[in-house]
Ligand binder design. Structure first.
Ligand code: AMP
Length: 262
């Protein structure tokens, strides 16, 4: 595996006669990332993973300063996963002095309302990564369903020439979706956090039986105060999504109500 830190080196490394898969990440790799790596490896000739904790997608009150970072471990995990190129740029590489062009994202659902700057930062950095790596396929997780919806629309609206794949959420044995932010949870928080996937599952089950999934999920939150519970349309699939704080940790999760991810 090659670890590259500059755009110039990345462009010199990637062979565009091959089918290239890109997996954008913020590191602290877990089973969710690994599932994207595996599918990208199976579907592409060359897999590029980007590792960049993008300051532009964190709000003033978000956890940028304490976001988990362990590059040495991530390099090892990516290498063992068979990744070809790990792109680890510094912030100044992607946002040089004088940077001033942003992707303006309209109507990004409840997650966008809660975090107004977030999707502008996500859309801008992803478009930059698409232009730098020029992949045939870019891989994202259903875990961040609203993000996937924003990026699907970006690819369509701005005529980005790639295929965007959204892969199912990977859960730990207790049902909690893998997330780098789970590292913040105490043992007590973790038990409390399980109400989130359980409530979404209750919502899904209600939907199957013809009842309102949002009402059912809200009723099953077991004291967790949600920031929102909403149905998100991803085009081919509709998911029931929710966000809630457990202690000081903000968790998001969702389950598929209808359709199939692709
Ligand atoms: P992150 O490093 O948190 O920005 O995530 C990088 C990519 O991995 C995003 O496309 C996420 O949606 C995806 N991802 C994160 N957690 C999971 C999970 N539990 N299952 C599947 N994909 C995930």
């Amino acid at each position: 595996m090659k670890v590259v830190r500059t755009i110039q080196d990345l462009r010199g490394t990637v062979d565009h006669t091959k089918r290239i898969g890109l997996v954008p990440t913020m590191g602290a790799f877990h089973e969710g990332h690994l599932s994207l790596f595996r599918v990208a490896g199976a579907e592409c000739d060359l897999v590029v993973v980007s590792l960049f904790v993008n300051p532009a997608q964190f709000g003033a009150n978000d956890d940028l300063g304490r976001y988990p970072r362990d590059e040495a471990r991530d390099v090892q995990v990516a290498e063992e996963a068979g990744i070809d190129v790990l792109f680890v740029p510094e912030a100044a590489e992607l946002y040089p002095t004088g940077f001033g062009t942003w992707v303006d994202v309209e109507e990004a659902g409840a997650e966008g309302v809660q975090r107004p700057e977030h999707f502008r930062g996500v859309a801008t950095v992803c478009l930059k990564l698409f232009n730098i790596v020029r992949p045939s396929v870019a891989y994202f997780g259903q875990k961040d369903a609203q993000q996937a919806a924003v990026l699907r629309r970006l690819v369509r609206d701005l005529n980005v020439d790639l295929e965007l794949r959204v892969l199912p959420t990977v859960r730990d044995a207790d049902g909690l979706a893998w997330s780098s932010r789970n590292a913040y949870l105490s043992a007590h928080d973790r038990v409390e956090a399980l109400a989130l996937p359980r409530a979404l599952e209750a919502g899904r089950s209600a939907h199957v039986h013809g009842s309102d999934p949002v009402t059912a999920a809200r009723a099953a939150l077991n004291g967790l105060q949600p920031e929102y519970v909403e149905v998100v349309d991803l085009g081919d699939v509709r998911v029931l999504a929710a966000a809630a704080r457990v202690g000081s940790t903000r968790l998001i999760d969702n389950v598929v109500l209808e359709g199939e991810l692709r």
